[in-house]
Design a binder for this molecule. Structure first.
Ligand code: FRU
Length: 482
């Protein structure tokens, strides 16, 4: 446990705003220094969305895991992020790991994993409650589950509280002794039974052998089905799937909490880009709002913003809807307030091979492309000599995202199946280094970080291999979060 001087960190934070530096984003949450990862403790309470996330304030490495905290009423104005909780005792000395938030009698409570290792590096997890105090820090309360359940390894973490029929439960990421990823469930016992939490078993899915660890599970209830989201580690990459080091996705169907059987369809990935992991969802007023971490474990070396002392962002909040068992994602409607005047260049081209437009530095572009006779459509964000490319092969119905045209940072290609008929639509959110793209009205999403070498606003180019019949849409300059 490295001693973290709270006052020193707060002072450094004061100096860190407004965020400056070549790649700092305008409408993605991030920190002026240190490394951030998983969104944590998401909850809507007392008229505000409370957002915590993993933060190492001491460097750009996965160490010294603290929780940072900010809140917002509208996803546009945020309180200045601060240090909420840090490793302080024998239970969490090796990290205040991920966890969730929930409301209880007007208070914001959290449930997180305490991570401790002995001299030999042997890990002991514990699940502990906490309470958000008025000053934005978290008071650590009692441990409700010490250690791991019988039959599981110490990779036993990332609790997510959910309620069914008035009873509280949490789902936890786990690894069984055969080194297979699992999601297990604990249920709260009645107060007259001591108010303890009982181990209810693991969720029986049709994926008994699907990666060696499932991190950050979420159990969600939609009007017509249950969704188990989780992050399996150790899947083998396929032509159109599982192309990141670790994946984030879900299965949807029905969970029976008596039998613990979940009947469900195939695992779907939540994001097709390069930089997306450990998403968490909050439920408020019937909406499911998800934030993800824009980053990827164990790839710190590839992100050049570390040279400037900071790493990673969170995605914009996305609203999820379940349609025929499939999650669709859209930026929350509140983000419409970021749009400045619709830009002059309202895209409108009839029978064109190519459309070009200089974009504002922070912007949103919504494009509908009637493909006509074209079999290939290419969309590019061009930064001087560098480019990020999206290529659609209509016959194979494959979308490829190509980051090899960027000079700095991680590169590579990601491909996925996208069924588009004759009309392709894109919604792009372009920030300084964070780009999020929603395809076919949110049927697929892709998140990526890019680090253009020169500070130029990008140019948008859309091309077809033969005449595209129509490209239409709009471009808005966006403002930063306030
Ligand atoms: C996922 C994760 C979690 C863990 C946290 C630690 O990115 O590894 O499983 O709780 O990060 O920062």
């Amino acid at each position: 446990m490295r001693c973290i001087d709270k006052n020193q960190i707060e002072e450094k934070l004061q100096q860190g705003y407004p965020l400056s530096g070549r790649w700092h984003n305008g409408f993605h949450l991030e920190m002026p220094f240190g490394l951030i990862n998983d969104p944590n403790g998401l909850v809507f309470a007392n008229g505000q969305y409370h957002i915590f996330f993993q933060w190492n304030p001491l460097g750009c490495e996965h160490k010294n895991k603290c929780w940072a905290y900010t809140k917002t009423e509208d996803f546009v104005h945020y309180s200045r992020p601060r240090l909420a909780m840090q490793p302080t005792d024998a239970h969490d000395k090796d990290g205040c790991y991920s966890g969730c938030g929930f409301e209880e009698e007007g208070c914001v409570r959290v449930l997180y994993t305490c991570n401790a290792k002995d001299e030999a590096g042997v890990r002991t997890p514990a699940q502990r409650l906490g309470t958000l105090l008025a000053d934005g820090t978290v008071r650590k309360d009692e441990i409700i589950v010490p250690g791991e359940a019988a039959g599981y390894t110490a990779h036993f973490r990332d609790p997510y509280v959910f309620v069914r029929d008035g009873r509280r439960y949490f789902v936890l990421g786990a690894q069984n002794e055969a080194l297979q990823g699992r999601a297990v469930v604990y249920g709260e016992m009645a107060a007259d039974n001591g108010g303890n939490w009982e181990f209810m078993g693991e969720i029986k899915t049709m994926y008994p052998d699907f990666g060696y660890m499932w991190e950050c599970p979420n159990l969600l209830q939609f009007a017509d089905g249950d969704v188990l989201m989780f992050c399996p580690q150790g899947l083998t990459a396929e032509a159109y799937a599982y192309q990141n080091r670790y994946q984030s996705g879900y299965v949807s169907g029905r969970l029976n909490l008596d039998s613990m059987v979940m009947e469900h369809g195939a695992f779907c990935e939540l994001d097709r880009g390069f930089d997306f992991y450990a998403p968490q969802v909050l439920e408020a007023d019937g909406r499911h709002i998800m934030l993800g971490w824009m980053g990827m474990p164990e790839e710190e070396a590839f992100y050049p913003s570390a040279e400037d002392g900071w790493l990673y962002s969170l995605t914009v909040p996305r609203e999820l809807t379940l349609q025929d068992g499939v999650i669709y994602q859209q930026p929350v409607a509140e983000l419409l307030a970021l749009r400045k005047q619709k830009s002059e260049q309202q895209v409108m081209a009839i029978s064109a091979y190519e459309y070009q437009s200089l974009l504002p530095e922070l912007c949103e572009a919504k494009l509908t492309i009637q493909m006509g006779a074209a079999e290939h459509v290419k969309l590019m964000l061009v930064y001087g000599e560098e480019r990020l490319m999206f290529c659609y092969d209509r016959l194979r119905q494959v979308m490829t995202i190509d980051r090899n045209g960027m000079k700095l940072g991680a590169r590579g290609v990601r491909s996925f199946m996208l069924s588009a008929g004759n009309v392709l639509n894109f919604q792009l959110l372009v920030d300084k280094s964070a780009v999020e793209v929603f395809f076919q009205d949110g049927r697929e999403a892709a998140s990526m970080l890019i680090f253009p070498e020169t500070e130029t606003a990008p140019q948008l180019i859309v091309q077809g291999d033969s005449s595209l019949s129509k490209i239409e849409g709009s471009i808005w300059e966006l403002s930063s979060y306030k």
